[in-house]
Design a protein around this ligand. Structure first.
Ligand SMILES: CC(C)(COP(=O)(O)OP(=O)(O)OC[C@H]1O[C@@H](n2cnc3c(N)ncnc32)[C@H](O)[C@@H]1OP(=O)(O)O)[C@@H](O)C(=O)NCCC(=O)NCCS
Length: 221
């Protein structure tokens, strides 16, 4: 059962249809306008509040933002849906070498590379062409958009969001719920909750507050 009839869900569907890992039962989605309709050829069967009515299938939360996935996982937990009820979907071409681990509820799209001793938590999403190198550790609900590259020994905090083609220098830590802009080149640790962008990356937002000045120049008020 796929939760949220999103673009990510249709990407997951294309993986599942190209392999025999799973059979999709349907979608659960809170949008009233798509109830009873087909999305990507799959029926929208009901809302997330109805998940506990389905006793047998596994679930997969297909929301692009990690904080969104976390909120839905919390709602499902309140319905008694626990970790063993979540599927893990990997593109069939993705190899998980010995010493690497991928947590439940995670989604790894095409051409994701894990080199050695990489740890991915639960409900992590790695989009196409993400490269994770030795000793990287990615916490639950993190999102790595297409083309993200992590140097060795990088730590990505819970529900952090790394935009397309951003790169993180080896040994750095990105804090929980931090956002890294697309194309950023991150050369220092990023504290939790902050938004950084640019080359080299500078702080753009502090929480929800825009830092005034030109982020490309890295000036701050
Ligand atoms: C960083 C980001 C989150 C900021 O988004 P936002 O809050 O909507 O910011 P805005 O577009 O209003 O831009 C604010 C300022 O930051 C700059 N900026 C935005 N994104 C930037 C980036 N990636 N690199 C450098 N500067 C950036 C803008 O030029 C703007 O500068 P200005 O105030 O001098 O005009 C967003 O631009 C981003 O990169 N998101 C990731 C997108 C992505 O990877 N999507 C994948 C979908 S699968």
């Amino acid at each position: 059962m796929l939760i949220a009839a999103s673009g990510l869900a249709r990407e997951v569907l294309s993986i599942i249809r190209g392999s025999d890992q799973y059979r999709v039962v349907g979608f659960l989605d809170d949008s009233s306008v798509i109830q009873g309709r087909l999305v990507g050829g799959v029926n929208v069967l009901g809302t997330i509040a109805e998940a506990a009515l389905y006793n047998y299938p596994q679930f997969l939360i297909c929301v692009g933002s990690g904080t969104g996935r976390q909120q839905i996982a919390e709602r499902l937990a309140h319905q008694g849906i626990t970790r063993e009820r979540f599927a893990t979907v990997l593109d069939p071409g993705v190899r998980v070498p010995p010493g690497c681990t991928v947590g439940y509820g995670s989604i790894l799209l095409s051409n994701v590379v894990l080199t050695a001793d990489v740890t991915l938590g639960a409900h992590v999403v790695a989009m196409p062409q993400v490269t994770l190198t030795h000793d990287d550790a990615v916490e639950d609900f993190a999102t790595l958009c297409a083309g993200v590259t992590l140097g060795g020994g990088v730590r990505i905090g819970r529900a952090a969001y790394l935009g397309m083609n951003s790169s993180i220098r080896q040994g750095l830590a990105i804090g929980a719920e931090a956002v890294i802009g697309m194309g950023a080149s991150v050369l220092q640790d990023v504290p939790a909750g902050e938004t950084w962008a640019g080359v080299p990356a500078k702080k753009l937002y502090d929480g929800l507050q825009l830092v005034s000045g030109d982020p490309a120049e890295g000036r701050e008020a």
